[in-house]
Design a protein around this ligand. Structure first.
Ligand code: PMV
Length: 328
């Protein structure tokens, strides 16, 4: 009745931005990401507790934060088809304190894997991915390691909308993603609301969606050939297009800060001097640089010189997995 899992976060190379079903968290387009080590979240779930409690990074979760966890566990209970009782959940991440890095993908992937095991359900990456998706869309891509593709699916119940691993972490061990923290401020508009606003009001949104599936096929080919230049250029283009669709919303959504643009400018300059470095950007101001192991220290130095307050160097991470060390 008790299980513990750990999972890594992921960063999308071809991004998801916009839901066709908000309640089930079903996207308008497929997306492709890399699961990142060494950052990780560990979560222990035990059913049969005295009352339902959720503790995240040392604080008791309340409101919508608690609600997202308890509703995911309600799905676990209905799949297990037996009375499991209230759950105690304790979750801890090793992310830099309040960094601008979303830990939710790792957290919900770890919760899905631990919750299913604690309920006595057999390991099943597809079901765990569908479950993690309910907590946060991008979390479905953290159930497996390496390069994972979240297939948008078309079924109304979301049963065909889950992530699959395309290339394991060993396929391209020298690939690196360097996260630059330029701001730790909470963003004004959360992804969930920003997506809705973009879907409903941006005239560029249909164009953003139209290109997604072929963009993924192209990214897959670059990853297959370990073509950093091809993948880097594609990622920059994809990030700009996602931000362009958000900027064209009404009211407009701008997630970029002057520090973001300064860093991006320096990435271009370093690249012009011959260093293989590109960037991507989620819905926030913190760029993530793409490079290889031979140039990750140059990429880190660039970030620090451009004003980043913290830099995290990451490589391909492994599957979410059950571990022995319970948190209680
Ligand atoms: O899964 P969410 O709701 O945190 O949304 C993630 C959206 C982006 O990070 C901007 C893109 C992506 O595909 O991860």
């Amino acid at each position: 009745m008790k299980a513990t899992a750990r999972a890594h976060p992921n960063i999308a190379l071809v991004k998801y931005w916009g839901k066709r079903d908000e309640a089930l968290v079903l996207p308008h387009q497929s997306s492709l990401s890399l699961t990142l080590a060494p950052l990780q979240v560990t979560t222990t779930v035990e059913f049969g507790a005295a009352s339902e409690t959720v503790e995240i990074n040392g604080h008791v979760a309340k409101g919508s934060e608690r609600e997202r966890v308890t509703s995911l566990l309600a799905t676990v209970r209905s799949e297990a088809q037996r009375t499991l009782g209230p759950a105690r959940v304790v979750s801890r991440g090793d992310f830099p304190a309040s960094a601008g890095l979303a830990s939710s993908a790792a957290a919900f992937a770890a919760l899905a894997v631990a919750g299913r095991a604690a309920a006595g359900l057999a390991p099943d990456a597809r079901r765990a991915s569908i479950l993690a998706r309910q907590g946060s869309g991008s979390a479905c891509r953290s159930v497996e390691g390496g390069f994972c593709e979240w297939q948008r699916g078309s079924a109304a119940d979301g049963s065909d909308s889950f992530a699959v691993q395309r290339f394991g972490p060993g396929h391209w061990p020298g690939f690196r993603m360097v996260v630059a923290i330029v701001s730790r401020a909470e963003k004004d508009v959360k992804s969930r609301d920003g997506m809705r606003q973009t879907v409903e009001t941006s005239p560029y949104y249909p164009a953003w969606c139209a290109d997604a599936e072929s963009e993924i096929a192209r990214a897959r080919a670059f990853i297959a050939g370990r073509d950093l230049e091809g993948l880097g250029a594609l990622c920059e283009r994809n990030a700009w297009r996602m931000h362009a669709s958000a900027l064209a919303a009404d009211p407009p959504l701008c997630y970029l800060l002057p520090e973001t643009l300064r860093l991006i400018q320096q990435v271009r300059e370093l690249r012009q001097k011959g260093t293989p470095v590109w960037f991507t950007l989620d819905a926030g101001p913190n760029p993530v640089l793409l490079t290889d192991v031979a140039h990750e220290l140059s990429a880190e130095a660039l970030c620090l010189a451009a004003g980043a307050t913290e830099v995290v160097r990451c490589g391909p991470g492994s599957d979410a997995a059950l571990v022995e060390d319970a948190l209680f």
